[in-house]
Design a protein around this ligand. Structure first.
Ligand code: CTP
Ligand code: CA
Length: 227
């Protein structure tokens, strides 16, 4: 078994993956969330494990489960909790694939009691969350590979390239909500990978497992190139 494992491309590589949505509490019974299913991130975690990596999967609230028993799963709820977990595990990781749909805003304060309905409208003040990926990009060490996703509905390639640069990424996976069969609840996805040379590779519509394989091959290639 040791001989077989040695041939796998990501043996002895520790890779941090995030997946799923975050939930931002409003009061004890309500939250702000999003439609992320976690499927793409879990498929990436499984694929990296199949390629021999030691995977740490930081997961927001999701009904997904991993196929590989070797994946270390860390469950979190909010963007703030996801940030803490990522900071903890990124230090010693060879690569990170940030797949989670992190909330951009969170309630400025959480009501300790259930908010009762009253006359008129309700306003909830929101404050910005920390950009986890950008924070990791600022801490990136020589040899580390950092990848993110960009979910866009307009000016897709331009916006994705801007995110790639501003977050100091090695590549970004562009997901366009304009592509049929791509997005949140589907089992398929259609992606374009943009790397730090702004080289673009567009893939066809595939199952999320096959898309995960394309993304993980890019991670393995860049780990090799950088080390
Ligand atoms: N991301 C993050 N922390 C946040 C927000 C986003 O780590 N607080 C990460 C996502 O996981 C993704 C990448 O940043 O890998 C891009 O997320 P996206 O929502 O497409 O872009 P934003 O930078 O948040 O900008 P906007 O939502 O305004 O397009
Ligand atoms: Ca966002």
């Amino acid at each position: 078994e040791a001989a077989i494992k040695k041939k796998l491309p990501l043996v002895n590589q520790t890779i941090l993956v995030t997946a799923g949505p975050t939930y931002e509490a409003i009061d004890p019974v309500r939250f702000i969330g999003n439609h992320s299913s976690g499927k793409m991130g879990f498929a990436i975690a499984d694929q990296l494990a199949a390629m021999g990596a030691d995977v740490i999967l930081v997961a927001g609230p999701t009904s997904q489960s991993t196929k590989h028993k070797s994946i270390k799963r860390v469950d979190v709820t909010s963007a703030a909790e996801m940030l803490d977990a990522c900071l903890l595990y990124y230090k010693d990781a060879n690569a990170c694939v940030m797949c989670a749909a992190v909330a951009d805003y969170t309630p400025a304060s959480v009501s300790p009691q259930k908010i009762k309905k009253k006359e008129g409208s309700l306003n909830i003040e929101l404050k910005k969350t920390t950009d986890i990926l950008k924070t990791l990009g600022e801490k990136k060490q020589t040899g580390q590979v950092l990848a993110g996703f960009a979910l866009e509905t307009e000016n897709e390639e331009y916006n994705a390239a801007e995110k790639l640069k501003s977050k100091n990424l090695d590549f970004i996976v562009l997901n366009s909500l304009n592509d049929k069969g791509a997005g949140f609840k589907t089992d398929t996805n259609k992606i374009t990978i943009i790397d730090s040379n702004l080289q673009k590779t567009t893939f066809g519509l595939k199952s999320k497992d096959e898309v995960a394989a394309d993304i993980c091959n890019k991670v393995a290639q860049l780990i090799n190139e950088k080390n």
